[in-house]
Design a protein around this ligand. Structure first.
Ligand code: IPM
Ligand code: MG
Length: 361
């Protein structure tokens, strides 16, 4: 069966890194019997420019009909002054919500070849491989009521609402326990149960779900402590599950532990593992169009897409092995070159394709 992939390149470096990933996909189609159909659509600033909307109706439809979405990046200074509803970020948030992509997997893996890039001492991060499972369609990001209102004294007050219903906590907990089972069977749930009622319920529900997974060791941390532990001794963690806002923050910290945010992929899945796959980094408008962006996070996102949504784990592994091989060859884009010689976006993409072919021959 031919799988349908929606391709949303977006803004900034988005089109360049997506082009590199499509080069890899093309190779898998040509040489490894993969059969996919691509549909390109506009999102973010590109959506606004074409249709006046960060998530055009047409794009949403294409995504709804796809088996998986490959996403580049969105945003740029040009759009920062638009009203909030028209900003590129809204396109991404609406897409997550419209497709119920509630489970956001953000691995933080330190490639041994890049150990020197971390801001932590190599012995603290060598071999780091942790997975943050972030709830993505609830919590304070989407809670109502929200807004900025005028108080009686004329002063303005901003307000947002942090809410989680039991079913939302339960499904993200199950998603995280399932992933923990595929790894080292340790799960740490992060909350703020010493202060927030929402977190109290979160902890209770996670505990309850945990009874169905007695082979997984469950622990809990408050988010302030978790952020400290992440930079103190990150290797104590395997899988972390947390709410939308805490996950947003902790996943940036975890990404930086690897020293190379340009290397990190992510997946956002619905209950049937249909998903959207995107690099963790942003649109980097300052380097857009210069052929210097690192395409590896997007290429590794493609690997996740193959593994989680297309059940092509073997092809995913080929991509991941090839990325290791190009790093072994000493090939680096400027963000991971530590001042040494670097190659461009296209060259890096081509090198991965060459490594996939070399490995198979
Ligand atoms: C992320 C980003 C988004 C978020 C922004 C762009 C809306 O920071 O994916 O982590 O806050 O979720
Ligand atoms: Mg973020």
């Amino acid at each position: 069966m031919t799988a349908k992939i929606a391709v949303l390149a977006g803004d900034g470096i988005g089109p360049e890194i997506i082009a590199a990933a499509l080069g890899v996909l093309d190779c898998l189609q040509r040489d490894f019997g993969l059969s996919v159909e691509l549909e390109h659509a506009d999102i973010g600033g590109a959506g606004y420019d074409q249709y006046g909307q960060p998530l055009p109706e047409e794009t949403l439809q294409i995504c709804q009909q796809a088996d998986a979405i490959l996403f580049g990046a969105i945003g740029g200074p040009k759009y920062d002054t638009l009203e909030r509803d028209l900003r590129p970020e809204k396109g991404l948030l609406r897409l997550r919500s419209a497709l119920s992509l509630f489970s956001n997997l953000r691995p933080a893996i330190l490639y041994p070849q890049l150990a020197a890039a971390s801001s932590l001492k190599p012995e603290l991060v060598a071999g780091l491989d942790l997975m943050i499972v972030r709830e993505l369609t609830g919590g304070i990001y989407f809670g109502e009521p929200r807004g900025i209102r005028q108080l009686e004294n004329g002063e303005r007050q901003g307000f947002n609402t942090l809410v989680y219903a039991e079913h939302e906590i339960e499904r993200i907990a199950r998603s995280a326990f399932d992933i923990a089972r595929l790894r080292s069977r340790r799960l740490c749930s992060v909350d703020k149960a010493n202060v927030l009622e929402v977190s109290e319920l979160w902890r209770e529900v996670v505990e309850r779900v945990g009874k169905d997974y007695d082979d997984v060791e469950l622990s809990h941390l408050y988010v302030d402590n978790a952020s400290m532990q992440l930079v103190r001794a990150p290797k104590q963690f395997d899988v972390i599950v947390t709410s939308n806002l805490f996950g947003d923050i902790l996943s940036d910290t975890a990404a930086m532990l690897t020293g190379s945010i340009g290397m990190l992929p992510s997946a956002s899945l619905d209950i049937d593992a249909r998903g959207m796959y995107e690099p963790v980094h942003g649109s980097a408008p300052d380097i857009a169009g210069q052929n210097i962006a690192n395409p590896l996070a997007t290429i590794l996102s493609l690997a996740m897409l193959l593994r989680y949504s297309l059940q092509q784990g073997e092809l995913a592994q080929r991509i991941e092995t090839a990325v290791g091989a190009v790093l072994d060859q000493g090939l680096r884009t400027v963000d991971i070159a530590a001042g040494a010689e670097s190659i461009g976006t296209r060259q890096m993409g081509d090198a991965v394709v060459a490594a996939i072919r070399a490995d198979a021959s």
